[in-house]
Design a protein. Sequence first.
Lengths: 390, 342
Amino acid sequence: MTMMSDRQQLSYIASQAADARLNVELETEGMTLNIGPQHPATHGTLRIIARLDGEQVIWAEPSAGYMHRGYEKLTEVRTFPQVTTLINRIDWLGSFANEVPFILAAEKLMDIEAPPRAQVIRTILFELSRIANVSLFLGDLGVQMGAVTPVFLAFRDREYVLNLIEGATGGRFHPNFDRIGGLKDDLPKGWIDETKQVMKKLIGFCDENESLLFGNEIFQSRMRGIGVIPAEIAKEYGLSGANLRASGVDYDLRRDQDIALSYDLCDWKVWTHPDGDSWARCWVRLQETRESCKIVLQLLDQIPAGPVMTKVPRIIKVPEGEAYVSTENPLGEMGYYVVSKGDLGPFRVKIRSASFSNMSIASWVLKGVYVPDIVTILSSLYFILGDIDR
Amino acid sequence: MAPLSDDTQSAVATEDDAPLALPGDGVREAVVDDLRNRIGDALIDSHIVPNDDLTVRVSTESWAATGAALKAAGFTFFSWLSAIDWMPSPYGKGEDDPTVEKEPIDMTIKQGVCGGDTRFQVLARLTDLNRHVGITIKADVDDDTPVVDSWTGSFAGANWHERECHEMFGIGFNNHPDLRNMYLPTDFEGHPLRKDFPLLARMVKPWPGIVDVEPMPEKAEEIADEPLPVTDEAGRIDPVATEELTGEPPSDPDLTMADAAATGDEATEVGAADAGADSEHSDAGSDDADAAADADADADDTPESSEPAATHDDAPESAADPLDVAEGASTADADPQEEAGS
């Protein structure tokens, strides 16, 4: 707690005060507010139960499970190549990014590596799915505060990215394109030029979004100093991705681990923000979308020649072992703990999804806030229900 | 593009401040030594994958103490907590080939990296954000009283992970503030991620899995037994003679000799197409299962029926694609709601 800014400290004190009030004034006749499971701020079906004292939340608890699909159990009766179909549907806005850590874990157990060309294309598609995912977040932000225009811009520009993903993989939302040992196919003709143009459009979208939203007075007053999460608390709850970096923690799995993706080929920045409030989380995401566009633009010029698939046996048996591989997905750290017993399919797969941990802080951060802030805080934490419920 | 000026100043792009420093083996060895100093004999085993990963196993009693010790040692980022059931599934794998005699399942419990003595183990993952080292911690869970201490004292984020672990594996956590179900209904019976919890969807309907792209065995047999159409020198099919032989007119009078060549492989491929078309209309319920069982009994006598398995092994690289078709069908058991969310 030593590194807190004044604003963080004030908010922390406020939440402590709310704690105290909960203990002292438990007799007060409050009100229980039920949000969801179909609220537009929830990207799925999350229910939030909040107990109010006047207009202040004294206790809030998200209730997940409306969409639980049991993927960890289902992976145990699938072969390794079949698992990608399931995990595509965890974070459905950035599906390709879900496949990558699992494939990397399987490759690690088999002790093979994708050819350089496949690695670069993987990285490009990974970043494209991040752009598709986060651009929707940037548009959706305004809707929570009654600004309807940005969401149309977001849907318009996301469409370009989805078309690119569809052009390369054949699937708009669920590409299922990553294979153990490489990729299913090479890029289609003309795709690289098309992508360059779209990336320039998307950088324009970020500028547009910034001038529309981030400078807006209402937006700032609804976001600044609201929902502050200090760095220590963020780490303890396992917050990851932009949520962690917005609390001033400089950690990015794209940069900070040795992984078979091509981020070291290009020049890019990891953005952090010291404030840890809702505004910081949104701002970091905006910067990251820009960085992603830059990464893609640089990588498009560096795709090496060669095959996109290394030699793998036709029937894939993964040797006995355990591996944990995580990557910096659009929502945060996503990882798979894969246990293989030398069979066609995994023995156990633990799916570490980002939103699960990101949402577990909700009851902490919502304590002491006012009712209208619930929606903006949840929206800035950015979660996708498929990523919580798996 | 001009971001708001005050924020660009307060925000820090720390690319230069924190150069890419990936830890070598020395760092991980130091972590293990440090942990041994902190918890002593409670550290049972450790396993280092050079320049990659670190796993340690600690005693059940010191499970919570290890979390606190590692937090003090710099592992402040809580990644996840879960468990594993090392018992092999008594139901086998869903994608087993129905034409192959089921081998008895070896029910020996064999633990993974760093060993173990019990059926269940709890796992947790922590990360040191400064040194960029991750560590996986394991501990045995007693078979009779599957209860360990909660990590919520050290890491508040363990709350949800332990709730999930509790409902999925039936492992209890001492001192947990609120061990309610995370996903499942309150009155749900059983612990789904235990290996002896049957996946009912697989029990009532066998998963086609890898054999789906091959012709069903009984179809392949029928095709092989069918008399071939009678043809003239030019390869044209003689409809009258064919009808006399087979009892029905040939379906495609333009079929050439080459198309209908009597090699076993091609006959099987025709069978594959037919079987695919037919199976769309048939209910893949108990009827199919019975038929498969019958074909199974005959499989040893007829060489043709063993063809499907052989062709699969020898199939070219593109054989991976039909697998995808099979995967596509599997999405039927995924929740339709997820599409709506996009």
